[in-house]
Design a protein around this ligand. Structure first.
Ligand SMILES: Cc1ncc(COP(=O)(O)O)c(C=O)c1O
Length: 369
């Protein structure tokens, strides 16, 4: 039995270096404090059409885009229901990709996995072999672009080019912990659905999930009996087309925050945002190499989260706690079974090289490196 622990509101402010949630700009937080309005008012159409069209511009795509009140997990379910009748191929290489496969199984789909050891990346040639060898037609191939548990960045561009050779197979990409911090040309690589949550590299409060949908995926859903109601591509997109709104009541304050943050992201440009994230990732990797090692396979390392292999055997939990107490910086332990063997630094969202250096200095100080 969990006991109630009263939320006091009296907590020290912490700077977040987590692979989500990440810190949110003060004016974005402030944007949420508007008087409420109705989700069927014209003002809602102004807000929703603004954030949808700005998102397409930020992501550099003309693909239809859905913004729903949900966490990103919603789109594991919705893409599976909308695109998979029977068979799905999922490449697993860490906790989140395993969960993607698990979600599809829970929804009653027949899932074939291509399994990699944690830390290894998904290889396009393995996807090709699996597609060639199979006597079934997969309705979809699912890949996690940025495996948050291991710091692996999978080559989804090349995988998409392989899946493109199978026109009856959709390509579904979970880009939850990297979209907005690791630029991808969505339309050039046959990606039918790619989704994220707002609390990661978009640097917004949690509560919204974003998914872009290709025309082919929209059409394919038309043939499915099982399509999701809440995350149904047609329901969401047709409603947008007719009314410029969402089919049910959205988290309006978070959408107001989203509007403000999109303007910041447009102003920065995706090229500059991508370059800033690359610079932070390269610095963090160099630092990790100097003091520890890197958990993710060489050549496939994430641009938004670095998973550091704890080769020095430091007490990860104690270091995290001490850095938090002394510096008010919070970074992340390893995930699941690699909890003490690794730790993770999220370098995404609004971070800069300077703020990342402040964290690595703090870790050096506390761990006596
Ligand atoms: C790769 C990946 N997929 C899915 C999720 C789940 O996202 P959410 O908590 O927004 O549902 C996460 C969360 O960390 C993630 O990193």
């Amino acid at each position: 039995m969990v006991e109630k622990r009263e939320y006091t509101g009296e907590y020290p402010e912490k700077r977040l270096y987590l692979p989500g949630p990440t810190d949110v700009r003060p004016d974005v937080i402030q944007a949420m404090a508007e008087p409420m309005f109705g989700h069927r008012m014209d003002r809602m159409t102004d807000l929703y059409t603004t954030i949808v069209e700005d998102t397409k511009e930020v992501l550099g795509t003309d693909n239809e885009t859905i913004i729903l009140t949900a966490s990103g997990t919603q789109f594991w379910e919705a893409t599976t229901l909308n695109l998979v009748d029977e068979h799905m191929l999922v490449a697993t290489c860490g906790s989140f990709s395993e969960r993607q496969a698990n979600v599809a199984e829970r929804l009653g789909k027949s899932v074939d996995r291509i399994e990699y050891e944690w830390g290894q990346a998904v290889k396009p040639e393995d996807i090709r072999k699996a597609l060639e060898a199979s006597d079934k037609t997969y309705d979809a191939v699912g890949v996690v672009m940025n495996e948050t548990s291991t710091g692996v960045r999978n080559p989804v561009e090349e995988i998409g080019d392989v899946v493109a050779e199978y026109p009856d197979t959709s390509f579904v990409v979970d880009a939850i912990s990297c979209l907005g911090g690791d630029y991808i040309d969505i339309e050039a690589h046959n990606i039918d659905a790619i989704f994220t949550s707002t609390q990661k590299a978009f640097a917004m409060p949690p509560g919204l999930a974003v998914c872009t949908v290709s025309d082919a995926a929209y059409e394919r859903e038309l043939e499915k009996d099982s399509a999701s109601w809440y995350g149904g591509f047609q329901r969401c997109l047709d409603y947008y087309e007719r009314k410029g709104q969402t089919h049910s009541t959205p988290a309006i304050p978070i959408m107001l925050a989203y509007r403000t943050q999109m303007k910041h992201m447009l102003e920065e440009t995706h090229e500059a945002r991508d370059a800033r994230h690359r610079e932070m990732a390269e610095y963090t990797r160099d630092w990790a190499r100097e003091h520890f090692d890197l958990f993710a396979e060489e050549g496939y390392r994430s641009q938004t989260v670095t998973c550091v292999e704890n080769t020095q055997g430091i007490d990860v939990a104690a270091t995290i706690e001490e850095v938090s107490n002394t510096y008010d910086f919070v970074f992340s332990n390893g995930y699941g079974d690699i909890g003490e063997q690794t730790f993770r630094i999220g370098h995404m969202g609004e971070h800069t090289l300077e703020t990342i250096k402040e964290l690595t200095d703090a870790i050096e100080d506390v761990a006596g490196l």
